[in-house]
Ligand binder design. Structure first.
Ligand code: FPP
Ligand code: MG
Length: 337
């Protein structure tokens, strides 16, 4: 595989995962083209929203996983591009709906759809992307299992969001509760992207299962790092607000672990009683979570998931797509946005 420095993800040239892991993935350019083709609208306002979303870019992790999974064994590139595009559309739709739920005003360094056009229009636009995704999946005309794999992942994501609401501001939940939730809301779509690519290839069934497990481990690590960055990053680097989990009452692993600390645990619980949390309290809680070792603990947990993900890949022939999947796993741990 040749090396490239970046690929276009929307017009803002946010480096995508393809560039980050140093592989040339020309299919990703085709995915960008298909995204523009399927999101287009005759309605002026809808078209402006489409441009806003597509120019927002994104890391294009899910399409890359579809493509690399399909490359592990011989596969049909046309179908792969359609399914890779669908995976990104589902992801985009979920972020639009997520920003409405979280009341978030910024995504990919740009105003979120809800902050610019309101919740009503944003829900509809998310639905539009979601429908476009399933139109593409239906259009490949073979492998109906890919449609059910993706549909199941979407149900999981919705269940994960319900779980997140059920456990909101619950400081006595277990680490298992948190892990089940992130598996549902994040890891299942990442795993479904891997499995969909695999199903479009001649991969033996037992390896499809292995790739599902790789996706789950990668996805859990990805969400844990996301939750760490909410405590440690700078909004200008991250492209979205930080401290938002604390503000929304979402209890993530760094906080959950710090609550078990013999000294900081009680202090943090007291600070969290001052609802709604103001900016100063959010900063104070964040500092206490770091001092209690919650961030380090979460990072170690993410690292263990990545070790497992890479061990699973050892079942596959040592080819360039396998090396790229290992590279993605390593990068998830070090990403800053
Ligand atoms: C981001 O999490 C959100 C998700 C991983 C999933 C959101 C899923 C839904 C809203 C349901 C599915 C809906 C459709 C239309 C497919 P986060 O809030 O932790 O991350 P963030 O900091 O990037 O917002
Ligand atoms: Mg969110």
């Amino acid at each position: 595989m040749s090396v490239t420095t970046e690929h276009r993800t929307g017009s803002s040239r946010i480096p995508g995962f393809g560039a980050i892991v140093g592989v040339s993935v020309p299919e990703l350019e085709l995915v960008e083209k298909r995204l523009h083709e399927v999101v287009v609208s005759q309605n002026d306002l809808m078209q402006r929203v489409s441009v806003h979303i597509l120019e927002g870019g994104g890391k294009r992790l899910r399409p890359l996983l579809v493509i690399l999974a399909a490359r592990l064994f011989p596969s049909d590139v046309r179908a792969v591009v359609e399914v890779a595009t669908a995976s990104e559309l589902i992801h985009m739709a979920s972020l639009i709906h997520d920003d409405i739920i979280d009341g978030s005003d910024c995504r990919h360094k740009k105003p979120s759809l809800n902050s610019r056009w309101g919740n009503h229009l944003s829900v509809l636009f998310g639905d539009h992307l979601f429908a476009a995704a399933f139109r593409l999946l239906a259009g490949i005309g073979k492998k109906p299992r890919v449609i059910s794999v993706m549909a199941k992942a979407v149900s999981c994501m919705c269940e994960g969001e319900f779980e997140q609401m059920s456990y909101s501001n619950d400081y006595d939940q277990s680490e298992g509760d948190y892990l089940r939730r992130i598996r549902l809301k994040t890891a299942e779509l990442i795993a479904a992207s891997c499995v969909s690519g695999a199903l479009l290839s001649e991969m033996p069934e037992e390896l499809v299962t292995s790739l599902y497990e790789y996706g789950i481990c990668l996805g859990c690590a990805f969400q844990i790092v996301d939750d760490v960055l909410d405590f440690t990053s700078d909004p200008s680097v991250l492209g979205k607000p930080t401290g938002s989990d604390l503000k929304c009452g979402t209890v993530t692993l760094p906080l959950l672990n710090s609550l078990t600390h013999p000294v900081y645990g009680q202090r943090i619980r007291e600070m969290l009683r001052r609802q709604p949390l103001d900016e100063a309290t959010i900063r104070a809680v964040s500092e206490a979570v770091k001092a209690a070792g919650g961030v380090n603990y979460a990072h170690e947990k993410a690292s263990a998931f990545i070790d497992r993900a890479k061990r699973i890949l050892m079942a596959f022939p040592k080819t360039p797509p396998r090396t790229a999947l290992e590279g993605i796993a390593d990068y998830v741990l070090t990403r800053a946005y």
